[in-house]
Design a protein around this ligand. Structure first.
Ligand SMILES: Cc1cc2nc3c(=O)[nH]c(=O)nc-3n(C[C@H](O)[C@H](O)[C@H](O)COP(=O)(O)O)c2cc1C
Length: 304
């Protein structure tokens, strides 16, 4: 069996060089799908009857001390395997904490484009994000020109305006209150409708409350085989990478829900047919300085 991806129902193909293999068993221990199994003699058996087949996660290649395992397929190429960063190059807990606590959502940008090289570095960092099952089913449209970002914002405003024309009437809301689950209706009334009204009213006054007139943006989308969480993680990695490059950024979630309903607009903004928009990350050189950090709390932290 093979897990479906955009590349089809294909498995990775592991090959073990028996002349080099030291029979340490590390590859079998690391294999999450049980395709590689250590035999009683320490030899590695490549199983074909497993539930998922080889998902080409490459863990076997990365743990092998003898470089005896090679996997190809599912988009994985031999030269995708790279040297590990040296221990002294890795972020310390203190550095990571400083990065996390100094990052803020930025919605105010200098009137200056973001160099393509910086955007490429942000995207390159995002490619290191984990995914439910390899290969990544997340794509990104790099909007490096302010006018393209504006166009996406304008289209989003039109989608909200259409939604409000349809829904924002007392009799319709009365009906929705009857049929929607209570939490959904309350979120509609207290957040979605006011958000739509704000976005549309500000657009009429020439202000962009969707993408904040950002000079650049990354529009993340997912294939039909992705977990939506994959896009969230990729976007989060991009956001943190942007911070290290002194770029301001803000995750924007209000574009995807209405955009997903328009195939025409998805295509216009570069999303391939059958794929769904996920999150937008706006980017630019910050025009605001945060002088303090904030401690936030999770909803709950339980230790049962
Ligand atoms: C999934 C997600 C969706 C978001 N959507 C929007 C949005 O549509 N518009 C916006 O202005 N900010 C949006 N934000 C930014 C949040 O409002 C912001 O992260 C939050 O206020 C906390 O501020 P901080 O990022 O500086 O800690 C979003 C953030 C996340 C994580």
């Amino acid at each position: 069996m093979s897990v479906i991806s955009s590349l089809g129902e294909v498995s990775g193909v592991p090959v073990i060089d028996c002349n080099v293999c030291t029979r340490c068993g590390a590859c079998a221990e690391a294999c999450p799908t049980g395709v590689l199994q250590a035999g009683p003699d320490g030899g590695i058996r490549i199983g074909t009857e497993t539930s998922f087949g080889c998902i080409a996660c490459a863990h076997c290649m990365m743990v092998c001390p003898a470089d005896a395992v090679h996997v190809t397929g599912r988009g994985l190429r031999r030269d995708d395997i790279a040297a590990l960063p040296r221990p002294e190059e890795r972020a310390t807990p203190g550095q990571l904490d400083a990065l996390f606590r100094s990052r803020r959502s930025m919605r105010q940008f200098q009137d200056q484009p973001v160099a393509r090289e910086l955007l490429e570095r942000v995207v390159a960092a995002a490619t290191t994000a984990p995914m439910g099952i390899p290969p990544s089913e997340v794509g990104v449209v790099v909007l490096s020109e302010r006018e393209r970002v504006r166009e996406l914002a304008r289209d989003t405003v039109q989608l909200y305006a259409g939604f409000l024309r349809l829904v924002d009437h007392p009799p319709i809301l009365w009906l929705l209150r009857l049929f929607l689950p209570s939490a959904t209706f309350r979120q509609l009334r207290s957040f979605i409708l006011p958000l739509g009204r704000e976005i549309v009213a500000h657009a009429k006054a020439g202000e962009d409350k969707v993408l904040y007139a950002a000079p650049a943006a990354l529009l993340f989308y997912v294939s039909p085989y992705a977990d939506m969480a994959d896009a969230t993680i990729v976007c989060t990695y991009a956001m943190l990478a942007a911070e290290t490059l002194n770029l301001g950024s803000c995750i924007i979630g209000c574009v995807a829900p209405p955009l997903a309903r328009s195939r025409k607009l998805c295509a216009k903004h570069g999303i391939p047919p059958g794929h769904k928009p996920a999150l937008v990350l706006i980017l630019g050189h910050p025009a605001l300085v945060y002088r303090r950090a904030v401690w936030r709390n999770l909803l709950a932290v339980q230790h049962p």
